[in-house]
Design a protein around this ligand. Structure first.
Ligand code: SF4
Ligand code: SF4
Length: 166
């Protein structure tokens, strides 16, 4: 990771890995072999500043600032190929989810598009407003009507995937 520049002790947050592991899904950060299968399989790695393999390493090294301020965590499409192919069940795609949640919670810059989608989800239950026109159009095409999901269950789901602790 030549682009990391000079790093010192002050750049290391010893609690970072345990914060990432608070995400309520099994993550095996320490089992990573740095084999690169995840980055080699990722369809959008070419546009990331850190590949999934490098992000796992940043977590192991405690380089919180680098990991939470990078572009890659917002470029990830969530396709899960990296986790499917990882030989050690490290679960890199969920590690990126945990990093996104921590970035938001810790006040790092979140792309406007994600903030808007969150706002819409909490208001309508969808990432965009399903209005009367949408449903009339669907009816004309013989498609079923879209009914918003329960906002309560959505909020519970969001709370359940929020990193625990302070
Ligand atoms: S996360 Fe898995 S696939 Fe990626 S470098 Fe580590 S062991 Fe290899
Ligand atoms: S889940 Fe994200 S990091 Fe993993 S392969 Fe898909 S786009 Fe790449």
């Amino acid at each position: 990771m030549a682009r990391m520049g000079r790093l010192g002790r002050a750049d290391i947050d010893p609690r970072f890995e345990s914060d990432v592991l608070k995400y309520p899904v099994k993550l095996n950060v320490d089992a990573c072999l740095q084999c690169g299968v995840c980055g080699g399989s990722c369809p959008v790695a070419f546009s990331m500043d850190y590949t999934p393999r490098e992000l796992v390493e940043l977590v192991k090294l405690g380089l919180k600032e680098k990991a939470l301020s990078c572009r890659a965590i917002w470029i990830c499409t969530g396709c899960n190929v990296c986790s499917d192919r990882c030989p050690e069940d490290v679960n890199p795609s969920e590690i990126l989810n945990s990093l996104r949640a921590l970035a938001f919670k810790s006040g790092f810059k979140v792309p406007e598009m994600f903030l808007k989608m969150m706002e819409n989800l909490l208001s309508y239950g969808w990432i965009y407003e399903v209005d009367e026109f949408t449903n009339e159009d669907r009816a004309d095409r013989g498609l079923p009507q879209l009914k918003p999901p329960s906002l309560d269950s959505l909020k519970k789901m969001m709370e359940a995937t929020w990193p625990r602790g302070d």
